[in-house]
Design a protein around this ligand. Structure first.
Ligand code: HEM
Length: 483
């Protein structure tokens, strides 16, 4: 709740001072600076000066559950470089993205069957009162586990009890991390009760599963180090790390692999499910938009099951626009933070900052102020470009080969949902494929509506940011069978 309030204050600071590009925020006894609105200043902070504007490792420590990882380590920390250098080619690889597509397709059909069995469904194929906040987490969780580790959690193949247990241990892990930002570390080591005990259990469980996987894969790799089709990210990472061309320091130890697995797991499901959840709600409350998207999908895709990878990367420009506009109004990650690491201070936007000063790029505020202060006005075709030509001058133009038209470009779109620069989101391509594929699949089969009896209650649900954007109560939606 507090984070959401803090973001509104930053927005107010910017709107009350329309000429400002940097604002100073007093938060209790702390003082920090926030930037938004000005692309050049943001690029200076996140791209040009990324080495002197550091990640605050101390602040991010709770997220380094198994030691520093790609998200928490500063850019000058060899851990970050080593992980990112190994992971970059793997995450941008066409075969990996095709694997995301294949796995998502399989899980989508499992998910629909599961919904039919566990929600109000009828002979016509309608499925009603689906808790999408929970169910979208299930699908992104199962996809990340299969794609990243080759691990099938079978969330749609077993009972709701099994599903709830998986959600519970994930929640124990994630809420424990949140509490780690507040309570001292020893609470988590020595207090055996409540969230502390549950967190410890969930953490040990994660480590055990990860270690088992690593030793199983090590044995397999010793027998055959060739890269196969449909290979999971962990195997690819281990095979790259085992390469003869790398020195021992460049290779990943088992402990480093566990920390990489954790951050891929942590960053890889909640953000995508949150984004999708808001998108489905936006579709349900904008039936006219939904009809236009259905029209486009029907003209391109024959059936949900026959959808092709290229339909996502090369076609459906109106849906691309809808996705971008949804990312604009409901960014899953609200802000990214940097700290001046240079002795004697650093200059950003012509202003001098002292060593240790914190500068936050507030993505949520930037998005609201972008497109001439578009704020929350939802214009689904804001980004529509029938040919969807890309701007080659953008820093993301290297995505063109694999991602076709399915990219977010900071320079052109003025969106920063996945941040930018050398510390941008490693999984952005995977997330975009997954999100678009799930939308096409659902819209090809169903019209999405808000249950009549919940309209009022659902409209009143409050949103905020905790780690990612979230709601205080779940979204519930109906899926009315088309044709
Ligand atoms: C809609 C979905 C997603 C959104 C909105 C999102 C957003 C972001 C943002 C804003 C950052 C920058 C954080 C910072 O600078 O502090 C980031 C970093 C990161 N993301 Fe994502 N993300 C998404 C999905 C994913 C997925 C699916 C994965 C992995 C499979 C992933 C892995 C990572 C990693 C490893 C980093 C750290 C990269 C680095 O610092 O070098 N993300 N993400």
């Amino acid at each position: 709740m507090f984070v959401g309030y803090e973001y509104s204050c930053i927005l107010k600071a910017f709107t009350s001072n329309p000429d400002s590009t940097i604002v100073k925020i007093q938060k209790g006894l702390d003082l920090y600076f926030a930037v938004a609105k000005d692309q050049e200043i943001i690029k200076e902070l996140l791209i040009r000066k990324y080495k002197t504007m550091a990640k605050n490792e101390k602040l991010l420590e709770p997220l380094g559950l198994f030691g520093h990882n790609m998200l928490t380590a500063d850019s000058t920390n060899p851990i970050w470089k080593k992980h990112r250098v190994l992971a970059n080619p793997i995450f941008s690889n066409h075969a990996h993205l095709k694997n995301v597509f294949r796995v998502t397709m399989e899980e989508l059909s499992n998910m629909i069957k599961y919904w039919k069995d566990n929600y109000d469904s009828d002979a016509e194929g309608n499925i009603r009162n689906v808790n999408t906040t929970q169910e979208l987490k299930s699908i992104t969780l199962t996809v990340i586990n299969r794609v990243a580790f080759g691990y099938d959690i079978e969330i749609f193949n077993k009972s709701t009890k099994h599903r709830d247990e998986i959600h519970q241990s994930t929640t124990d892990l994630l809420s424990g991390i949140m509490y780690k930002f507040v309570f001292p570390t020893w609470f988590f080591e020595y207090l055996p009760f409540g969230i502390f005990g549950k967190f410890k259990k969930a953490k040990n469980n994660f480590r055990k599963i990860a270690m088992d996987m690593i030793s199983k894969k090590t044995a397999e790799i010793q027998k055959n180090n060739e890269i196969m089709e449909d290979e999971d990210l962990l195997s690819l990472l281990m095979k790259s790390s085992a390469s003869q061309n790398l020195s021992d320091e460049e290779k990943l130890s088992d402990d480093e692999l566990v920390s990489a697995m954790f951050i891929i797991f942590f960053a890889g499901f909640e953000t995508s499910s949150t984004s999708l959840n808001f998108m489905l709600r936006l579709l349900a409350i904008h039936p006219d938009v939904q009809e236009k998207l259905i029209e486009e999908i029907d003209a391109t895709v024959e059936s949900a099951e026959s959808m092709k990878f290229e339909d996502l990367t090369e076609r459906l420009p109106l849906l691309n626009s809808f996705i971008k506009e949804s990312f604009r109004v409901k960014p899953a990650v609200g802000a990214v933070s940097r700290t001046v690491a240079k002795k004697g201070g650093e200059t950003i936007g012509g202003m001098h900052f002292n060593e240790g000063d914190q500068i936050v790029f507030n993505i949520m505020v930037h998005h609201k102020l972008s497109h001439n202060n578009a704020m929350d006005t939802f214009k689904f075709d804001r980004f529509y470009q029938p040919s969807d030509k890309q701007d080659d001058s953008s820093s993301e133009s290297s995505d063109k080969g694999t991602m076709g038209n399915l990219t977010l470009e900071f320079a052109k779109d003025d969106l920063a949902s996945f941040s930018l620069g050398p510390r941008d989101c490693l999984g952005r391509r995977m997330a975009l494929i997954e999100v678009k594929q799930i939308l096409v699949y659902l819209l090809k089969k169903y019209r999405i509506t808000v249950p009549e009896h919940l309209k009022e209650q659902q409209a009143k649900i409050k949103e905020t940011y905790i780690m990612t954007r979230c709601t205080f109560e779940p979204f519930i939606l109906n899926f009315e069978k088309r044709c």
